[in-house]
Design a protein around this ligand. Sequence first.
Ligand code: L34
Length: 284
Amino acid sequence: MVISGKELAAELKGKMAEQVAGFEEKYGRVPHLVVILVGEDPGSVSYVTGKAKASAEVGIKNTTIRRPDTISEEELLGIIDDLNNDDGVDGILVQLPLPKHMDSDKVIAAIRYDKDVDGFHPANTAALWLKQPCVKPCTPKGIIELLKKANVEISGKNAVVIGRSNIVGLPVAKLLLDENATVTVAHSRTKNLGEVTSKADILIVAIGRPMFVKGDMVKEGAVVIDVGVNRNPETGKLCGDVDFAACVDKASVITPVPGGVGPMTICCLMQNTIECFLNKMNKK
Ligand code: L34
């Protein structure tokens, strides 16, 4: 079964749109998400455009702030500071990666944790690992939603995550652990990777290498979630970290690229924006 993140995202966005439609009357305004894009990386431009489009579909106000990659870190921190103090802004997202002259950790930590719709702030990361209420990172959250939609039983299963980034690998490992999976995190130094992945009932691939996972690395009947968004070096077409054609017949459930995890990331960003908005409104 090929599971469409695009379809699930459309369904969830439809529900959110109904919910947000009542906000104007109830709270006097709708949620406001501000996305900051530094530079013009084509991938980032595309994702940020997707975020603006999804916001429009859901009824969330979206402001995209675009700055050239020559701006200083100080200027960026100044923009964040203004947004932190703006009561009309509910969510702040700085699209990654940032230019090399900036310290991403410092920039992320500068965002108010309760406007951190990515769930990347150290306070949200700590809360995630302590199993306390927090904003959950969008891609990991979207992956769990996809697994649930496909009726994949997670509890007691062997889950293998390839990749240990702060954005995907580590938080998705934690969310799988919270669902009672037995989790292995593999990475570039893992020995006999194919042997490790062949034991996975659920395989999450987030390494950023085009079509890296081949059929012989996948167990018969495994669930394969492909987080990669790469350009195929030969065709220029979008492709994942999984060799889809080689794995589709072995997997019981698999996500495509495009149309798999990517749209769910954006969908969960909408959920997180609504969550931050409601947290604020219900505190007043
Ligand atoms: N701060 N930086 C921050 N937050 C994020 O959550 C992200 N991410 C990752 C990169 N940097 C970030 C995204 O938004 C990856 N990512 C992302 C978002 C959406 C899509 C892919 C990655 C997506 O919609 N992909 C489409 C294809 C889009 C295209 O044609 O270029 C898909 O169907 O997979």
